[in-house]
Design a protein around this ligand. Sequence first.
Ligand code: TXA
Ligand code: MG
Length: 347
Amino acid sequence: MKTKTWDLRHQLGTKQGQKALEEISTIYHAGGLVALPTETVYGLGANAQDNEAVRKIYEAKGRPSDNPLIVHIHDQSQLDAFTAPRSKEVKLLMDTFWPGPISFILPLEPGYLCERVSGGLQSIAVRMPSHPIGRAILEYTDLPIAAPSANISGRPSPTTFAHVFRDLNERVEGIVNGDQSEEGLESTVLDCTQYPFRIARPGAITADMIENILPGSVDLTAHLDTDKPIAPGMKYKHYSPETPVAMLTELNHEISSDQDWQHTLFAVPATLKQYIPKNAIYRELSSDSYDLKAANHNLYQILHELDTDDSIHQGYIYRYKTTDDSIAFLNRLEKATGNQQIGADQL
Ligand code: TXA
Ligand code: MG
């Protein structure tokens, strides 16, 4: 299959941009797949009412078909067709955090969406992205769009057009370039089928942020997945690069440059760069050890680089302290490294 690409980075509102939106919408309405940018990660989109289109998503990704998809919308009124009326708690959180990096799992009313999209469950995850290009596509197309992350299953989620292209060129009808995803980690998934709600996947919208809006609404005992002691091992390797990568702890003194580090990448906050061996490859993960927004933004780009740059044979990524802000980052880093931790004093 020839994959068509559009670069919409500077084209919204132009004649060419309009033509691209028409072409993309036509593909969705005809049951095709188009990867689109969102502020979290790129999504692989298809019409959520079309069972065959959704089947093609699973096929293109090589994803098990019992893993349900998130449905993307541009207007809350679209939900009326396939979910029960929202509670005032859910409405308040949607009004506060949408458009943005949080998905809500709601009870599903059958009949409107195709069966495959919910993987046979009685519930459905929904999200309204804020990315201007992603939103323009959703608005113009005016369909509920099912979109998992636009990567081959088991590889890191894509945060740039190049990442998507590498995984999905010739496997999908189209890919839209909308620049590097601002957030960089997949959305928070909040299970609202019971109260208090539960965080099913941590993301940029944290438990504290939700509790600040609606005290008592999050079951805080249920979401701390990352704080359980996790044994290292393959079964936690989900977002995993092929190049060996571990978390770096105890980085409070200089690592000796005596070894040959030239094929080793260290991704750490700029304030700790002084401790990295001079002959190693350095990547700035954030400005300082509290800037988790930057760390989230950069993580997947670094995981992708570990695999695409043949000169890198080993990676160490800084393990930030566990805080409400770092839970999503640490959750992904634990999966990418199989929870391998190494202290700088052991290097
Ligand atoms: O940021 C994101 O959420 C991205 C962008 C493209 O929007 N999408 C994304 O989709 O990460 P995906 O399919 O890679 O992850 C969806 C997650 C999966 O872990 C899935 O198991 C869970 O949400 N999920 C979806 N529907 C669910 C449901 N009804 N009940 C429980 N979990 C659900
Ligand atoms: Mg994914």
